[in-house]
Structures are given as structure tokens and as C-alpha cells.
Design a binder for this molecule. Structure first.
Ligand SMILES: Cc1ncc(COP(=O)(O)O)c(C=O)c1O
Length: 472
């Protein structure tokens, strides 16, 4: 008999029904923009400061408390959340998480059908992106996916280093100076050292320069370094620039160096016909990262690392321990992953493809790209709005509002951003580009519409006029 105190027993149906009502309410609300963010009420403050309860309370009341807390939190699912790189909490993804957590499958070792599903999801994803992966796995995020891929690259460049350590070797990495910091993080945790990440210059479109990469590699080799990998970013976090994958692939081939594509944000756009040309050369990479919890709309955490050579992950990660049964026809997940216990993260992507079909996902990504072009065009014709010179390559569109005579555009933009965040009608984050402060909206939500794009400009215009930087 199960422990009576930890089962919902007779309350099960009521609890599910109540949770269902709250989820349905949230989904219906996400269809439209909110006029203002909810504030943390005094009751919520009190609740969030309460001590550990020794005895429990009614489950429906606790579901309400949890839902109220979430309702007073920033939610990326809302259509006017434009900050950082958001996502959308895809509805079937949330259902998948409920199912996955209910069965609480562990993908550390062979979990039978769930393991087969993860393999299938890797295959579907590779086919969606047009990348010829032989293997891969789902991780908690782009950071972990990048570390996983670069660990394999290190083992290929310095065979046996997972056992011997790096004693004597001088490994190096090459990436754009605007690559995500997770590449530096990978260098730190893989023993390469952040000082040995070569931050390569960018061109006028903010793309990593292949000629400078070639020069850096040649210089390092002449000085006795061991190049481990070139990391091309397919959609930089700052502006959405896509490094020239084909040119970098050529350099990687010349020097026999691993090519990793960090497409955590931008890679889903490779599935969109109108954008595919930007990803020419993708198929030549040894590994790619893509975050399904960004621009494939499913809830966090769901990233994937896809790899061309089946053996490369196994050579890096495989372990045989007395408590680890090796069964099933494939490698165990533990042989090809950085983690041990792992939830079934693949289910939400699998269900998204199964319910909506790849074409709907592709279309939604394409619409976000179109919205970026809209914002760019609309901002350029508004008085006092400034954009970068180049059109957006993906869905990030930095802009500023600098009224005539504005004494300090950076202070003005910072204040405007703070006002926008406080106001809550639209939510946007700032970024520093070439030493200047910009608003940096990003479109990665399938709920966002053209009127939300318009609202971003209207509200920025309205609040910009109220900034103290203009009125002293
Ligand atoms: C290009 C790029 N790589 C890696 C990451 C890290 O992804 P995560 O936050 O899922 O760890 C990000 C996050 O924004 C990113 O934009």
C-alpha cells in the first residue's frame, strides 16, 4: 500500500480538473496581449515569505497559489514578450511535459520505447533542419549542447585526453567575437581555458571572418597550439547574424579541425525555404546545437546536439560500470551524453511534430522572420527611430528612439527600456552594440502578430516622449 500522505488518492480527479481549468485560462489569455503585467500582490508576497509547511493543505488551493505566482511572473508565452530570445510554451509541449513527468522515465540507460522515441525525435529534427546527423541527444540547453559537442571535438583533436588530461597540450577554439558566452564556458569546463578561445573579427554584416579564422589557425599551429574546433554561430544572440558556414567549413577541412555550428537560436530558420541559402554549408558541420525551447516553440528545457559521427560521442562519453546495464540495440544514452539521469525532453518536440506537422513549425518560424523585416521597415520610416544599417538576417531587430537634440542617446535608451519593462504592455531587453545601447527585440513566438509588432513601436514612441533624459 502506498504511503497515504503522498498520494492524491480521492482528490486526484478534482486536482486534475482544477489544474486543467487554470491551464485553459492561461492558454486563452495568451491568445491576446495584456494591457499590463500583474503585480506581486501583498498576499503573494506574504505567501512567498512563509516558512516550510509541516502539514499540507488542500491541493486545489495550492494549485491556485502556484498559478497565481506564475501569473505574476514574466512569461515568455505572451505575444508581446520580445526580450532576450524567448519561446512560447507550446500547448502540446506542456501536455507532453505532464505526461513525461507522470511516467518519470529515466533516459540514463535504455528505457525501451522512450529511448526509441528519443532516437526518432533526433532523426525528425535532423531531417527538419537538413543536417545529416547520425546521432544526437536532448540536453537541458544550448550551453550543455555546446559543451557536449566541444568535448567530442577535444577528444578527436587530442585522442585519449579524457583519460590523460591535457598535460602538455595547448588546445584552442575559434569563434566569432559575438559568439555566445557558452563557448567560453565550454573552454573553461573542458580544461581548454578561456584565454585560448580566439575571438575572431566580424565583417560588416557581423559575421565571423573566414580569412581571419584561417590566419589565426595557421599562426597557432606554427606556435605549437592544438586547434580543437571552429565554432560558427548560426544566429548570434546579439543581432542574429549567421556566420558563413560554407567558408568556415572550407577552413575546417583545410586544417582538419572539427566544425561545430551553434544554432541554439537561429538554426530552425534553416528549414524555411526563403532563409535556407543563409545556411549553405551546414551539412558539412561535424556537430550542431539547436534549442527547441527557443525557436521551435516548446517549453524549456529542450535543446539538442546532433552529431555526424556516431562514434565520436561514444569515444568521449562511454562508461561501463557495474551498476550500468548495457542493453538494447543502440548505445545507452549514458554512453553518448554528458548527463546521467535525464527526463524525456524529446517528447515535447515529438508531440509538436506529430500534432502540428513540420510544415506548421516551419511556417511559424517564417512568419517571425517576416515580422522582423516589418519592424525594421516600419521603424526606419518613423521620425527619430534608428535601426542598424543591415537588414535583420533572422528575427532580431535592434532599434533606438533618439529624438532631435537628445543629449545622451544611451541614457535615453536605457531609461526607455526600463520604462517599457515597468509599463508591461510590451517587454523588451537592452543590448550593447558597438558600445551603444539599443533595444533588442527578438521574434520567436508563434502567438505574435503584426499588430503586436506595431504595438512595440507605438508604445516605444509614446514612452520615449516621457523620458526624463528629454525633460531634465
Ligand atoms: C547562440 C546561442 N548559443 C547558446 C545559447 C545558450 O542556450 P541555453 O540558454 O539554452 O543554455 C544561447 C542562448 O541564448 C544562444 O543564443
Amino acid at each position: 500500500m502506498s504511503h497515504p500522505g503522498l498520494s492524491l488518492s480521492t482528490e486526484r480527479a478534482g486536482a486534475l480538473h482544477h489544474a486543467f481549468e487554470r491551464v485553459l485560462g492561461a492558454w486563452n489569455e495568451f491568445d491576446h496581449a495584456r494591457e499590463h503585467e500583474t503585480e506581486i500582490s501583498p498576499q503573494l508576497h506574504k505567501l512567498l515569505e512563509s516558512p516550510l509547511p509541516d502539514t499540507g493543505m488542500d491541493v486545489t488551493g495550492v494549485i491556485d497559489q502556484a498559478a497565481d505566482i506564475l501569473d505574476a511572473s514574466l512569461a515568455q508565452s505572451r505575444p508581446r514578450y520580445f526580450a532576450f530570445i524567448g519561446s512560447s510554451g507550446l500547448e502540446v509541449g506542456a501536455l507532453a511535459d505532464l505526461l513525461a513527468a507522470t511516467y518519470d522515465t529515466n533516459l540514463a540507460v535504455d528505457a525501451r520505447a522512450a529511448t526509441a522515441l528519443e532516437w526518432q525525435a533526433v532523426t525528425w529534427l535532423a531531417s527538419f533542419l537538413g543536417f545529416p546527423a547520425q546521432t544526437g541527444n536532448f540536453t537541458s540547453g544550448g550551453t550543455l549542447s555546446n559543451i557536449t559537442a566541444l568535448a567530442s571535438a577535444r577528444e578527436r583533436a587530442l585522442p585519449g585526453s579524457r583519460s590523460t588530461g591535457l598535460a602538455g597540450a595547448r588546445p584552442t577554439l575559434y569563434c566569432s567575437r559575438e559568439a555566445h558566452y557558452s563557448i567560453t564556458r565550454a573552454a573553461e569546463v573542458l580544461g581548454i581555458g578561456s584565454n585560448f578561445v580566439r575571438a575572431i573579427e566580424i565583417d560588416g554584416e557581423r559575421r565571423m571572418r573566414a580569412d581571419r579564422t584561417r590566419e589565426a589557425l595557421a599562426r597557432d599551429l606554427a606556435e605549437g597550439y592544438s586547434p580543437v574546433a571552429i565554432i560558427a554561430t548560426a544566429g548570434t544572440t546579439l543581432t542574429g547574424a549567421i556566420d558563413p558556414l560554407d567558408e568556415l567549413a572550407r577552413v575546417a577541412r583545410e586544417f582538419n579541425v572539427w566544425l561545430h555550428v551553434d544554432g541554439a537560436y537561429g538554426l530552425p530558420a534553416a528549414a524555411v525555404d526563403a532563409r535556407r541559402a543563409l545556411f549553405t554549408g551546414l551539412e558539412e558541420a561535424d556537430s550542431v546545437t539547436v534549442d527547441c525551447h527557443k525557436w521551435m516553440f516548446v517549453p524549456k528545457a529542450c535543446s539538442a546536439v546532433l552529431v555526424k559521427d556516431l562514434g565520436s560521442l561514444a569515444r568521449t562519453f562511454s562508461h561501463d560500470e557495474a551498476y550500468m546495464p548495457h542493453e538494447g540495440e543502440h548505445y545507452n544514452a549514458v554512453d553518448i551524453t554528458l548527463e546521467y539521469s535525464r527526463p524525456l525532453r524529446a517528447l515535447k518536440l515529438w508531440m509538436a511534430f506529430a500534432v502540428h506537422g513540420a510544415s506548421a513549425v516551419r511556417e511559424a518560424v517564417g512568419i517571425n522572420c517576416d515580422q522582423a523585416q516589418m519592424l525594421y521597415d516600419w521603424a526606419r520610416v518613423r521620425p527619430h527611430f534608428e535601426t542598424l544599417t543591415n537588414r535583420p538576417q533572422l528575427s532580431i531587430v535592434p532599434f533606438r528612439v533618439v529624438p532631435t537634440g537628445c543629449p545622451d542617446p544611451d541614457a535615453h535608451t536605457s531609461e526607455l527600456c526600463a520604462r517599457l519593462q515597468f509599463d508591461g504592455r510590451v517587454y523588451v531587453s537592452p543590448a550593447t552594440i558597438d558600445g551603444e545601447i539599443w533595444l533588442r527585440p527578438c521574434f520567436t513566438n508563434f502567438r505574435t502578430t503584426a499588430s503586436d509588432v506595431q504595438a512595440l513601436l507605438d508604445v516605444a514612441d509614446e514612452l520615449g516622449r516621457e523620458c526624463s533624459t528629454l525633460h531634465g
